[in-house]
Design a protein around this ligand. Sequence first.
Ligand code: HEM
Length: 304
Amino acid sequence: MASVRVKLVEGHLAGATNHPGSKDLDYQAIYNQIAAAIPTNPSADDAHSYGPVLVRLAWHASGTYDVKTNTGGSDGATMRHMPESGHGANAGLDVARAVLEPIKQTHPAISYADLWTLAGVCAIQEMEGPTIPWRPGRADKTQDACPPDGRLPDGARPDGNHLRDIFHRMGFDDREIVCLAGAHAVGRCHADRSGFDGPWTNTQTTLNNAYYRLLLSRDWKPRSDPAWKGPMQYADEGGKGKLMMLPADMGLLQDPAFRKWVEIYAKDAQRFHTDFAKAYSKLIELGVAFPASSEYITFKRTDE
Ligand code: HEM
């Protein structure tokens, strides 16, 4: 299998701690190691895959970015530190960080910030998502750089204004919001993490456009089984089915400007992949000052 080596230039990360420095790193080898770890999840509920939680780790590390103050974002990997690791939105992401720790130990020269975003890209590609060009150059920062709590979206809020406040702050528009939410094609909610429970689709480890198709086609009603004691969430089959939607997911149907894009992505799987690759690539680069010499790498999937 071909692998790609990229030289990082020393000095561009002045002021940061634990930066990667000048090293030749075999990023495809790191990708392959992450890919090998993905199916080791013992949980049948997670379809034995760490893929979705790695996509979520990279997203939560990046989605704290504030374009106005140029704070937050994937640069820094500040979720290693309190208070950010303890923010409610990040519950359960210790699992993803632990999966990556042995890989960091094998390749100490890669920064956590680069490793976590590379893991998101790897997980998307290994789950049949689009190819996402990635480049190195993020540094690790100290606790002082932790963003304030409250920068990530609240699943219990269905209102478009909340989603717009959160995502416009990062620099995304309405189309990109709907496109990124399509990541909920994979993975599930865990009652012991967010309080919500269950998967969005029946294809939890395939990043396709099923999220949009199901949003439009199923009979979503508040989950009604008497055993459910968690927060209000939606279930298919009129509230009795096994699939779920968050109030925030349903908000994409209720807001006409969002719904337009739900309908487009439900009809056009290729368009979803093309737009998702661009939006996720933008997400994991928010606020990162890459060195001029930084080159994009396109990783080969392990089944290629
Ligand atoms: C639109 C606003 C969003 C809200 C309100 C939201 C909320 C949530 C919640 C509550 C969970 C369940 C966590 C758990 O209990 O394990 C979750 C999981 C997840 N989210 Fe989102 N999310 C949003 C956007 C995104 C975006 C932009 C991405 C990535 C591009 C993403 C990727 C994921 C993935 C992959 C999971 C599954 C994790 C797993 O299976 O462990 N989400 N999200």
